[in-house]
Design a protein around this ligand. Sequence first.
Ligand SMILES: *Cc1c(COP(=O)(O)O)cnc(C)c1O
Length: 458
Amino acid sequence: MNFKTIIEPFRIKSVESIHMSTEAERIQYLEAAHYNPFLLNSNQVIIDFLTDSGTSAMSNEQWAAMMRGDESYAGAQSWERFYNAVFDLTSYPYILPTHQGRAAERILYGHLGGKGKVFISNTHFDTTRANIEFSGAVAFDIPIEESKNHENYYPFKGNLDCEKLEKLITEHKAENIGAVILTVTNNSGGGQPVSMQNAKDVAEVCKRHNVLFIIDCCRIAENSYFIKHREAGFEDKTYKEIVQQMFGLADGCVMSAKKDALVNMGGFLALKDEKLAEACTNLLIITEGFTTYGGLSGRDMEAIAVGLVEILDKDYLYYRIKSTEYLGEKIREKGVPVMYPIGGHAVYIDSAKLYDHIPLDEYPGQALVCELYRVGGIRCVEVGSVMFGKYDEQGKLIPAAMELVRLAIPRRVYTQSHVDYVVEVFDEILKNKSETRGYKITKEPKLLRHFTAHFEKI
Ligand SMILES: *Cc1c(COP(=O)(O)O)cnc(C)c1O
């Protein structure tokens, strides 16, 4: 039988209650938070879709493994289990545990970067770009053209444009390329997947020019689901085989374990090359910790080791991707403009299209974020001109390329009825559409203003 209802392939042993606020309470909370959901307390939120990073629910097996945590300074048993789990997937012999993804990025890109160096990616995630630029190097994003169309179906909008890659390498000379970084799935590009063929093509170009090829593998398990179901020749492969094959194409990887390792904190850097690993290990010891624990405690390494196995479970991945797709498809049917097809970890809404009566300098994305909170207690993030907008010399807003709102789905945290509730909230959002007004910024810091800015309703 093929039942339509998506059921969670787990049952619940421990629960965390949600305070069911009223709309009147939320109106007060929102005003007190200056209409910036980052300034809300989590207990004022019913459904928290702010991020999928570090928000996963751990399994009973992960909690049990944590009790086995060996906190020895050097050569802990937990390190061995962590090493084996990462090696089993990557086959990279040099594995450096870090406290989260950006620490691995700082070590690797800090070492490879510097003035005159160039990095090339399908899309650099913001911490990746920040670490590269902080070193003095420059970062180029070259997603394929198809990624710019947000309405048509295309199976692998996360792919990197290999023609442009070839050109950039020739233009900047191979010896100046710090690394080519393939982000799977492409987080900043809407969580869109990358095909195995694209990874092979990137690997081929990198090999031919003798350029380092790194995978930013935060969501490589989710990516493997799309390869198995969308790319010819992978129907009969297991998710693990697909992940192993993709790692096999690259020279190393950077991972934020807060995504597809199902833990709340952690990361690693893994490399093939001994010399490069040696240089990075020196930086690891100076800034994170000794080689066999880096930025992690023994129990953290245990939880990651178990998470890396659980994430590739076929029933889990089916539920994960189908549930995200269900949310996106349902609100799309109602007429909410979403980035299409739906990616792996989040649904992105085009708020400028939804609220086409709100001018861009009145932040339609912020309006939607506030509406979702007022109506349903749903917290999510604006990825538009509040986050990326700049001002010209007259102080006029130079808007971002798009006014997106991201609903990021934590792993194994919400049930299908939570998702149905969110779908229902959108009926109300659409009903109030024409009355919804924009916002103006009343206070903002110089950098990363979306975290702390204050707003006022227009
Ligand atoms: C989250 C993320 C990072 C950074 O990892 P942190 O654990 O948040 O430091 C890097 N790259 C991608 C694609 C990410 O999603």
